[in-house]
Ligand binder design. Structure first.
Ligand code: PNS
Length: 160
Protein backbone atom coordinates (compact mmCIF):
# COMPACT_ATOMS: atom_id res chain seq x y z
CA UNK A 1 0.00 0.00 0.00
CA UNK A 2 1.43 3.39 -0.91
CA UNK A 3 1.34 6.24 1.60
CA UNK A 4 -0.44 9.35 0.38
CA UNK A 5 -0.44 12.47 2.55
CA UNK A 6 -1.99 15.90 2.30
CA UNK A 7 -0.07 18.88 3.67
CA UNK A 8 -2.84 21.51 3.97
CA UNK A 9 -2.50 25.20 4.72
CA UNK A 10 -3.16 28.78 3.76
CA UNK A 11 0.36 29.24 2.35
CA UNK A 12 -0.17 33.01 2.11
CA UNK A 13 2.63 32.94 1.00
CA UNK A 14 4.81 29.84 1.31
CA UNK A 15 7.91 30.36 3.53
CA UNK A 16 11.14 28.46 4.19
CA UNK A 17 9.35 27.06 7.27
CA UNK A 18 6.70 25.42 5.06
CA UNK A 19 9.34 24.26 2.61
CA UNK A 20 11.27 22.59 5.43
CA UNK A 21 8.18 20.56 6.41
CA UNK A 22 7.34 19.77 2.77
CA UNK A 23 10.81 18.55 1.82
CA UNK A 24 11.13 16.40 4.94
CA UNK A 25 7.57 15.08 4.55
CA UNK A 26 8.23 14.16 0.92
CA UNK A 27 10.96 11.78 2.13
CA UNK A 28 8.50 9.94 4.39
CA UNK A 29 5.39 9.66 2.21
CA UNK A 30 5.22 8.19 -1.30
CA UNK A 31 3.08 11.08 -2.49
CA UNK A 32 2.50 14.46 -0.88
CA UNK A 33 -0.29 16.82 -1.92
CA UNK A 34 0.34 20.44 -0.94
CA UNK A 35 -3.17 21.81 -0.82
CA UNK A 36 -4.23 25.42 -0.46
CA UNK A 37 -7.41 25.54 1.62
CA UNK A 38 -9.53 28.31 3.02
CA UNK A 39 -8.91 29.31 6.64
CA UNK A 40 -12.07 31.20 7.57
CA UNK A 41 -10.22 33.22 10.24
CA UNK A 42 -7.74 34.72 7.74
CA UNK A 43 -8.00 37.29 4.96
CA UNK A 44 -5.40 36.29 2.34
CA UNK A 45 -3.06 38.69 0.54
CA UNK A 46 -2.49 36.33 -2.41
CA UNK A 47 -5.21 34.71 -4.54
CA UNK A 48 -5.41 30.90 -4.52
CA UNK A 49 -3.91 30.87 -8.06
CA UNK A 50 -0.99 33.07 -6.99
CA UNK A 51 -0.30 30.88 -3.96
CA UNK A 52 -0.42 27.71 -6.07
CA UNK A 53 1.95 29.19 -8.64
CA UNK A 54 4.49 30.13 -5.94
CA UNK A 55 4.28 26.71 -4.27
CA UNK A 56 4.74 24.98 -7.66
CA UNK A 57 7.75 27.13 -8.46
CA UNK A 58 9.56 26.47 -5.18
CA UNK A 59 8.74 22.73 -4.98
CA UNK A 60 9.43 21.92 -8.64
CA UNK A 61 12.51 19.82 -7.75
CA UNK A 62 10.59 17.51 -5.39
CA UNK A 63 9.19 14.80 -7.70
CA UNK A 64 6.54 13.26 -5.42
CA UNK A 65 4.86 16.58 -4.57
CA UNK A 66 1.64 17.73 -6.22
CA UNK A 67 0.18 21.19 -5.66
CA UNK A 68 -3.58 21.67 -5.54
CA UNK A 69 -6.39 23.71 -3.97
CA UNK A 70 -9.81 22.86 -2.59
CA UNK A 71 -12.88 24.82 -1.53
CA UNK A 72 -14.32 22.78 1.30
CA UNK A 73 -13.39 20.50 4.15
CA UNK A 74 -9.87 19.14 4.33
CA UNK A 75 -11.15 15.64 5.09
CA UNK A 76 -13.39 15.63 2.00
CA UNK A 77 -10.37 16.61 -0.08
CA UNK A 78 -8.19 13.96 1.59
CA UNK A 79 -10.78 11.29 0.78
CA UNK A 80 -11.04 12.48 -2.84
CA UNK A 81 -7.29 11.89 -3.41
CA UNK A 82 -7.32 8.64 -1.38
CA UNK A 83 -4.93 10.06 1.22
CA UNK A 84 -4.30 8.04 4.36
CA UNK A 85 -2.50 10.85 6.21
CA UNK A 86 -2.48 14.57 6.92
CA UNK A 87 0.86 16.27 7.52
CA UNK A 88 1.24 19.46 9.56
CA UNK A 89 4.24 21.35 10.90
CA UNK A 90 4.56 22.22 14.57
CA UNK A 91 6.68 25.23 15.52
CA UNK A 92 6.21 25.84 19.22
CA UNK A 93 3.98 25.07 22.20
CA UNK A 94 1.78 27.96 21.07
CA UNK A 95 0.78 25.95 17.97
CA UNK A 96 -0.28 22.96 20.03
CA UNK A 97 -3.75 24.00 21.16
CA UNK A 98 -4.84 25.08 17.67
CA UNK A 99 -3.43 21.93 16.07
CA UNK A 100 -5.03 19.70 18.68
CA UNK A 101 -8.41 21.32 18.02
CA UNK A 102 -8.33 20.91 14.24
CA UNK A 103 -6.84 17.43 14.44
CA UNK A 104 -9.55 16.30 16.86
CA UNK A 105 -12.26 17.84 14.66
CA UNK A 106 -10.81 16.15 11.60
CA UNK A 107 -10.74 12.82 13.44
CA UNK A 108 -14.45 13.18 14.20
CA UNK A 109 -15.03 13.78 10.48
CA UNK A 110 -12.94 10.77 9.40
CA UNK A 111 -11.10 8.58 11.88
CA UNK A 112 -9.44 6.50 9.17
CA UNK A 113 -7.12 9.35 8.14
CA UNK A 114 -4.29 9.91 10.62
CA UNK A 115 -2.62 13.28 11.24
CA UNK A 116 1.18 13.44 11.57
CA UNK A 117 3.32 16.34 12.78
CA UNK A 118 6.87 17.27 11.94
CA UNK A 119 8.69 19.65 14.28
CA UNK A 120 9.90 22.65 12.32
CA UNK A 121 13.65 23.13 12.18
CA UNK A 122 14.64 25.45 15.10
CA UNK A 123 15.91 27.93 12.55
CA UNK A 124 12.28 28.55 11.46
CA UNK A 125 10.43 28.14 14.74
CA UNK A 126 9.49 31.85 14.85
CA UNK A 127 8.52 32.05 11.18
CA UNK A 128 5.00 32.54 9.85
CA UNK A 129 3.50 33.93 6.65
CA UNK A 130 1.94 36.74 8.71
CA UNK A 131 5.26 37.87 10.20
CA UNK A 132 6.89 37.80 6.74
CA UNK A 133 4.08 39.96 5.29
CA UNK A 134 4.43 42.34 8.23
CA UNK A 135 8.16 42.99 7.76
CA UNK A 136 7.97 42.91 3.94
CA UNK A 137 5.59 45.90 4.17
CA UNK A 138 8.52 47.95 5.49
CA UNK A 139 10.99 46.69 2.87
CA UNK A 140 12.98 44.58 5.35
CA UNK A 141 15.39 41.97 4.01
CA UNK A 142 13.34 38.74 3.88
CA UNK A 143 15.79 36.68 1.82
CA UNK A 144 16.45 34.31 4.77
CA UNK A 145 12.72 33.77 5.33
CA UNK A 146 11.24 33.04 1.89
CA UNK A 147 12.50 31.75 -1.48
CA UNK A 148 13.34 34.34 -4.16
CA UNK A 149 10.07 34.04 -6.19
CA UNK A 150 8.07 34.72 -3.00
CA UNK A 151 10.29 37.69 -2.14
CA UNK A 152 9.63 39.17 -5.58
CA UNK A 153 5.89 38.48 -5.36
CA UNK A 154 5.73 40.27 -1.99
CA UNK A 155 7.65 43.24 -3.38
CA UNK A 156 5.18 43.40 -6.28
CA UNK A 157 2.18 43.37 -3.89
CA UNK A 158 3.71 46.16 -1.82
CA UNK A 159 4.35 48.27 -4.95
CA UNK A 160 0.66 48.14 -5.91
O1 PNS B 1 -2.02 27.42 7.32
P1 PNS B 1 -3.25 27.41 8.20
O2 PNS B 1 -4.05 28.68 8.01
O3 PNS B 1 -2.93 27.14 9.65
O4 PNS B 1 -4.14 26.18 7.68
C1 PNS B 1 -5.42 25.92 8.24
C2 PNS B 1 -6.26 25.05 7.30
C3 PNS B 1 -6.41 25.77 5.97
C4 PNS B 1 -5.55 23.72 7.09
C5 PNS B 1 -7.64 24.80 7.98
O5 PNS B 1 -8.26 26.05 8.22
C6 PNS B 1 -8.54 23.92 7.11
O6 PNS B 1 -8.39 22.70 7.11
N1 PNS B 1 -9.48 24.53 6.35
C7 PNS B 1 -10.40 23.82 5.50
C8 PNS B 1 -11.78 23.72 6.15
C9 PNS B 1 -11.82 22.57 7.17
O7 PNS B 1 -11.59 21.42 6.84
N2 PNS B 1 -12.14 22.90 8.43
C10 PNS B 1 -12.26 21.88 9.48
C11 PNS B 1 -11.01 21.72 10.29
S1 PNS B 1 -10.64 23.21 11.19
Amino acid sequence: MSSIAVCPGSFDPITYGHLDIISRGAKVFDKLYITVLNNSTKKPMFSVEERIELIREVTKDIPNVEVDSFQGLLMDYAKSVKANAILRGLRAVSDFEYEMQITSMNRVLDESIETFFIMTNNQYSFLSSSIVKEVAKYNADISELVPKPVELALQKKNDL
